[in-house]
Design a protein around this ligand. Structure first.
Ligand SMILES: [Zn+2]
Length: 337
């Protein structure tokens, strides 16, 4: 009699040891619990406003927002169209500055009467950070009118990209738990700004060489001129607080006429009275000079406009200048996003 072959049933099939299955089950249960806990408890990243940050101009605030993201709450003091040179802080502004955890400002005495308040601030706490003053000293342009350098550093996109480093390091020091995020964002921002700089250089180089002269209301474009290869002349000096002299206007009329410059430019934050005087002077000497458009010099554009961001403001300036001075803006590189 032969025994019938034994057919193993399912329970008898070789399987993983029981302890191993139990371990897997426990791990799965733990994962589900952790996921549930994460979903119900706001991650620190989502808590907007871990620290209160004040930024003065739109150009400063834009960089700070892009690097700080949701991990900080940013209050911008100067709204679009406000001339920082003539800016007088009100009591709310002073309160915002004194109660903030960090204050990012331009520096080089750009912020009018607020410069004293910011300049007097103690440096031991590292609360007050002048981002334009973080550029290498060899890159700053002297200002004969004041004992500080020319403050319009953002007009050279590569220098403004350099200024992101001090924002990054300040935020990393204050909120080290978000260091990775701040570093990633700052690095991406610098890449975008390098593309923007390249776009600007391409468009400026397309202007006929003899017409690379930029005449504006005040001397906000000296960094711009140095970087992008234009002779720059402002009717007023580096600050808008000085009145334009008749001699200065007469000299610039001669320059416009002799070099056959087709356009001069108004600035969004400075009254256009002096530019009008210039055009009238040129017309009296038989030269037809147009207003080349409005440039954003010391303040960004209103919300909803192209110039509401720093990158948009600079793209607008590059395009407006190139078109009015006979350049070609058809070559569009990848737009900064
Ligand atoms: Zn200015």
């Amino acid at each position: 009699m032969c025994a019938s072959p034994r057919i193993p049933n399912q329970a008898q099939l070789p399987t993983e040891p029981r302890w191993r299955r139990q371990l897997v089950a426990v791990c799965c249960w733990l994962c589900v619990c952790m996921l549930g806990f994460t979903a119900c408890t706001p991650a620190p990243d989502k808590v907007k406003g871990n620290i209160r940050v004040v930024a003065t101009t739109g150009m400063v605030a834009d960089l700070v927002r892009q690097i700080g993201g949701d991990q900080i709450r940013v209050e911008q003091l100067l709204s679009s169209g406000v001339d920082p040179h003539l800016y007088k802080p009100n009591t709310d502004d002073v309160r915002a500055v004194t109660s903030a955890d960090i204050v990012f400002y331009n520096g080089f005495k750009l912020e009018g009467r607020m410069s004293d308040l910011l300049g007097k601030a103690n440096s031991a706490s590292k609360k007050y950070v002048a981002i334009a003053e973080s550029i290498p000293s060899s890159e700053s342009i002297g200002d004969p009118e004041h004992d500080a350098a020319d403050p319009h550093v953002w007009m050279d996109v590569t220098l403004w990209a350099h200024a992101t480093h001090v924002i990054e390091s300040t935020l990393v020091e204050r909120l080290p738990e978000h260091a990775l995020l701040f570093r990633e964002r700052a690095s991406e921002l610098r890449s975008k700004l390098m593309k923007l700089d390249e776009q600007g250089r391409t468009w400026m180089a397309s202007i006929p060489e003899s017409q690379r002269v930029l005449i504006t209301s005040h001397d906000a474009f000296r960094y711009f001129g140095r970087r992008y290869g234009l002779q720059v002349e402002g009717i007023q000096g580096v600050s808008t607080s000085s009145e334009a002299g008749l001699k200065r206007i007469s000299d610039l009329v001669s320059l416009l006429v002799e070099k056959k410059i087709p356009a001069a430019f108004v600035e969004s934050s400075v009254p256009e009275k002096s530019i009008r005087a210039l055009l009238e002077g040129a017309a009296q000497r038989g030269s037809n000079v147009a207003i080349g458009g409005e440039l954003y010099s010391d303040a960004m554009g209103p919300s909803g406009s192209e110039a509401e961001s720093y990158e948009g403001m600079m793209l607008h300036n590059f395009r407006t200048i190139a078109k009015a001075l006979g350049g070609n803006t058809d070559t569009v590189k990848e737009q900064p996003k």
